[in-house]
Design a protein around this ligand. Structure first.
Ligand code: C2E
Ligand code: MG
Ligand code: MG
Length: 715
């Protein structure tokens, strides 16, 4: 709510002449003023202190403290600085008039008083005071606005060289001591040395030519802190068109500049290693590739990825892992910096061809290569340097990397394409045994395209429920009785028909989809057992393949057990087939999980035994019930060569450890017989039955035994 302005008509009259007081009061009241009259200086000061007045009429000659003295005191009191004070003086007393102005009077009125003129004089002074107050309020508002916006202003009176600064300008330049009016050179003195001559000449030119300007410069404050100002100026001309003043506003944009610098740094720098990031690499790389194109030169992208970085991270912890990444980045940079064929890559002429892409992968850009082999040499040099031990927390750490090389223009025609090609080549290097490099090839390109398609398709198929189970009987070869079965996953592909795991297991493992796939296999196996039970069929234990990565999940065992519970399947009807690879890494955690599996009631089988680093120690350390001799040893068993000896040894070994031994991949009667004579009566293979669909398997279950040879089946 706005309150109406108080009428400005309260007058304090200080005069010892009683007659004058009476006359004045009457006349002024008549003219619309309210008058408070007192007869001495002291009373005047007191009245001013306790009342609210708009103007003071003050006699010069007073008993006690003089009018001049009163005037001076009033100016110091709250509300006294700008109030109009009119002094009453004798007619020809010019000395008093001078003195009155000196002591702060606003105006004077001579005695004897012309009563008609007095009201006019008072009104004039009140109006002038009101105007002055408005102007001052505007000034204050402008100062406040400037302060909030960190915006100062200054005016250069060209002729005199005088510069008038706003309060905020003084604050921005730390120039309080100089006062609002100063000189051109003083204004320049705070500009940082590197910008000073530019600022001076731009200002001078503008004052001469009349052209407006905008300029960014730094100023150095007394405490040595630098601020960045952006200044805009234009000139003002007189009636004859001469330039009289240069008027400028300057704003403090230090925070904005700092924020921008941080954004720039973040968007181009990898925070961990301080190396350029992918973003920067793409920017710089584009320029380099354009350069190569223009000069018909070869460029190369080298893609490095640490081998088994996850286990480095696991053993050293997050901090240690980070330290490894920093050191690796630095080593790569050092190896590459030395390479003299590197072009200057960025605007500042700095060589920054190494970037961290993400995680444990780094890329290097080499330009203007004499030939392909130079890229290979640099790559080999980096790999060798990385193979040297890194010292982390005083301990030597060994890391290796695999690398891929893609060449421009042979392998791709832009930087993203080169990175992709180099990455594919790097994967080929990993596949070929790690700690080495490979060049990209068109064949690789085709393969990885097909891989990417398969990846997509598998993901879709898994979500769409296209996985199903086939079952292969485990037989007691002495009687042909079915004593169990292995569930084997199949992908019922809408276009390609039923696909065996060889087509997709690797993709599933590499994409991590093996986990949900295993959950779904376990569910299908339990659901089948539940249905067969409901159908009154004689049940046999069912094997489920659970791959090593599944056991990396904390709740792996609980998930398997809860699926069995859901379908009300007795866990002793389920044999979990694991592979040696699981037993090889992280033996402690694995032992815990396998024990938990046993405790939950499942049977445990060690699949493909003999193919890995088969170690006797597994057999007594882990709670295993069954060994499956890999097909490779069964194949030539009837030919009596080395494989046969191994198979026989495994059979014996298993028996000694009290394990059930299953011979996998029995295809012929001769193989079956040979195994039987060595005591290996539990057999699985095409000789008895191929893996069959659920509906076919129901028939086998119903019969309870297999009449071998039974090679006819679904797949
Ligand atoms: P595995 O667990 O060792 O399964 C035995 C494989 O040998 C099966 O191949 C089976 O069809 C095949 N086989 C059985 N008898 C004979 C024979 O007499 N001759 C020949 N040549 N082969 C025979 P399949 O079904 O193609 O599975 C291959 C591998 O894929 C399996 O080896 C297993 O490692 C994996 N796999 C199968 N099903 C699953 C599953 O549900 N989950 C996971 N994680 N892996 C699975
Ligand atoms: Mg198996
Ligand atoms: Mg096997």
């Amino acid at each position: 709510m706005i309150t109406p302005a108080r009428q400005r008509n309260h007058i304090l009259l200080v005069d010892d002449d009683m007659v004058l007081r009476g006359m004045a009061s009457r006349t002024l009241k008549h003219a619309g003023f309210s008058v408070h009259a007192v007869d001495s200086g002291e009373a005047g000061v007191q009245a001013f202190d306790s009342g609210e007045f708009d103007l003071v009429l003050l006699d010069v000659m007073l008993p006690g403290i003089s009018g001049f003295e009163v005037c001076e005191r009033l100016r110091q009191m709250p509300g006294g600085l700008h109030i109009p004070i009119l002094m009453l003086t004798g007619l020809d007393d010019t000395a008093s008039v001078d003195e009155a102005f000196r002591r702060g009077a606003t105006d004077f009125v001579t005695k004897p008083i012309n009563w008609t003129l007095l009201s006019h004089r008072i009104r004039f002074n009140l109006r002038a005071a009101a105007l002055a107050e408005t102007a001052m309020r505007h000034q204050r508002q402008m100062s406040a606005a400037q302060r909030l916006a960190r915006l100062g202003s200054w005016e250069w009176v060209v002729d005199s060289g005088e510069v008038i600064c706003s309060d905020e300008m003084l604050r921005l330049l730390d120039m309080y001591q100089l006062g609002q009016t100063t000189h051109f050179d003083a204004l320049l003195a705070h500009v940082s040395e590197s910008d000073r001559s530019t600022v001076a000449s731009v200002r001078r030119q503008s004052a001469e030519s009349g052209r407006a300007y905008q300029l960014k410069y730094a100023v150095v404050c007394d405490d040595g802190v630098e601020r960045v100002l952006i200044e805009q100026a234009e000139v003002e001309r007189d009636a004859l068109g001469r330039i009289v003043t240069l008027r400028a506003i300057a704003q403090d944009i230090t925070d904005r500049v700092a924020a921008q610098q941080r954004i720039d740094a973040l968007s181009f720098k990898d925070e961990l290693t301080g190396l350029p990031n992918r973003h920067y690499f793409l920017e710089v790389g584009r320029g380099a590739v354009e350069h190569s194109l223009r000069f018909r030169k070869t460029s190369a992208v080298l893609y490095f990825d640490l081998d088994r970085f996850k286990s480095v991270n696991d053993s050293l912890g997050h901090e240690g892992g980070n330290a490894v990444l920093c050191k690796v980045g630095w080593r790569i940079q050092r190896c590459v910096r030395g390479a003299d064929m590197l072009a200057r890559c960025d605007d500042n002429g700095q060589e920054e061809p190494v970037a961290r892409l993400a995680g444990d992968s780094f890329i290097v850009l080499l330009v203007d290569l004499a030939n392909d082999q130079v890229a290979a040499q640099v790559c080999a040099r980096v790999l060798n340097a990385l193979a040297e031990p890194l010292v982390i927390d005083g301990q030597p750490q060994f890391v290796t990397a695999s690398a891929g090389i893609a060449l421009y223009p042979r392998d791709a025609n832009d930087v993203p394409g080169l990175i992709q090609a180099a990455e594919q080549a790097m994967y080929a290097a990993k596949k070929a045994g790690r700690a080495r490099y490979e060049f990209f090839s068109q064949e690789l390109g085709r393969l990885s395209h097909a891989r990417a398609e398969l990846d997509k398709d598998f993901r879709r198929g898994l979500m769409a429920g296209e996985m199903c189970l086939y079952f292969q009987p485990k037989v007691d070869a002495r009687s042909g009785r079915m004593i169990g079965a292995e569930s084997l996953v199949r992908w019922d592909h809408p276009e390609q028909g039923v696909l065996a795991p060889g087509h997709f297991i690797q993709v599933a493992e590499e994409t991590g989809l093996i986990i949900p796939m295993t959950d779904s296999v376990m569910q299908m196996a339990c659901a089948s057992l539940a249905q067969w039970r409901q159908a009154g069929l004689p049940l046999v234990p069912l094997s489920v393949n659970v791959p090593a990565p599944y056991f990396a999940i904390e709740e792996a065992v609980e998930r398997l057990a809860s699926t069995a519970r859901t379908f009300e399947v007795d866990p002793s009807l389920i044999t979990i087939e694991i592979t040696e690879s699981l037993l090889m890494n992280d033996a402690e955690g694995t032992l815990e999980r396998l024990n938990a599996l046993k405790q939950a009631g499942f049977r445990l089988s060690l699949d493909d035994f003999g193919t890995g680093y088969s170690s006797l120690s597994y057999l007594h350390r882990f709670p295993i019930d069954e060994l499956k001799i890999d097909r490779a040893f069964i194949k030539h068993i009837d030919e009596g060569e080395r494989n046969a000896i191994i198979a026989m040894s495994i059979l014996m070994l298993g028996r000694q450890f009290g394990l059930e031994v299953v011979a996998e991949g029995v295809e012929t009667a001769a193989q079956s017989r040979r195994l039987l004579t060595a005591g290996g009566h539990v057999q699985q293979g095409y000789f008895f039955s191929r893996p069959v669909s659920e509906s076919t398997f129901r028939v086998l279950l119903g019969k309870g035994s297999i009449v071998a040879p039974a090679l006819a089946s679904d797949t």
